[in-house]
Design a protein around this ligand. Structure first.
Ligand code: HEC
Length: 268
């Protein structure tokens, strides 16, 4: 046991509770890593880091990793002997997964999320522009990272903290309207200044997994500093901001996490 963090005050002495947030297996086109800790996008597992590649090969790394994940899932969870899924079946699995877009459609108070000029729900996601490193907040500050970055075209040098725009049309509704409240939430996401300090991967020294030597003691950002993908909210590049995952250049933390996963998955 290296350290203990108990934010919810769980004090049961007789059980070990482990928490993990299941990720939806949809909207995969926007992913910069496969798996919650990025382990299916790492040379440490024989998969590939998802970096920017010119179209038409821009999805190749992601598709390779998803195929690998389908094999791992079959041999691990489904206890297969490794002969299935065949390459054709892997392609079919990935084609199916890649075609799924999901998003909330209706809110109890605000109603349909694509009504009255708004653009919520899954349909706009199917045509949302994306490339790995799009609107990179890190590239904008430190051009050596997360290349090529850029907002409209790869490498155009732009970043906007205005990550979400589907609900702009609701901002002019009366303040008491639940739809106006959604627009206010969007504005907070896009503009509220946040003092980012003490965050692993951003503020710490490069030797501990941070971005630069000596670290960055604090950084004024917004929600979009970390959640920078337009209208999606992922980080558009496989950089570990505030999360302990397998890094492009394997950090001790990433290697430990992977070693732990391998030990766990080696158990029957
Ligand atoms: C310093 C980086 C950072 C900032 C700033 C930040 N977040 Fe996050 N956020 C994260 C990380 C990392 C996760 C993923 C945690 C995980 O997967 O366990 C996350 C997860 C989330 C999730 C869950 C997403 C999901 O798929 O379930 C929401 C919602 C969210 N953040 C909203 C916000 C909002 C709103 C703000 C601004 C008020 C904000 N975040 C600012 C790093 C950040």
């Amino acid at each position: 046991m290296v350290s203990v963090n108990n934010p919810y005050g769980c004090n049961e002495a007789n059980v070990i509770s482990q928490y993990r947030r299941p990720l939806p297996a949809t909207n995969l086109r926007f992913m910069s890593t496969v798996m919650f800790d990025g382990r299916e996008s790492s040379p440490l597992t024989g998969t590939q880091q998802i970096t920017y590649v010119q179209p038409p090969h821009n999805l190749d790394n992601l598709i390779f990793d998803l195929k690998h994940q389908s094999v791992d899932a079959m041999t691990g969870h489904a206890q297969g002997d490794g002969s299935r899924p065949t390459p054709t079946e892997q392609q079919q699995i990935v084609n199916f997964e890649m075609a799924l877009s999901t998003a909330e459609i209706i809110d109890n108070l605000a109603g349909r999320l694509e009504a009255h000029g708004a653009a919520g729900g899954p349909v706009p996601l199917t045509t949302q522009p994306f490339f790995v490193s799009i609107n990179s907040s890190v590239h904008f500050l430190l051009p050596q990272f997360e290349q090529p970055g850029g907002l409209v075209t790869p490498g155009d040098g732009q970043f906007t903290p205005a990550i979400f725009n589907p609900f702009g049309a609701w901002a002019s509704l009366p303040g008491s309207s639940p739809r106006a409240a959604v627009a206010r939430g969007q504005a907070i996401f896009n503009s509220k200044p946040i003092n980012i300090a003490g965050v692993a991967g951003i503020n710490d020294d490069a030797s501990a997994g941070g971005l630069v030597s000596g670290g960055i003691s604090s950084l004024t950002g917004t929600c979009g500093t970390c959640h920078d993908t337009p209208n999606v909210g992922n980080h558009s590049y496989a950089t570990c901001l505030a999360s302990r995952c397998a890094r492009q250049i394997p950090s001790p933390v990433g290697q430990r996490a992977l070693a732990r996963r391998r030990r766990t998955s080696a158990k029957p």
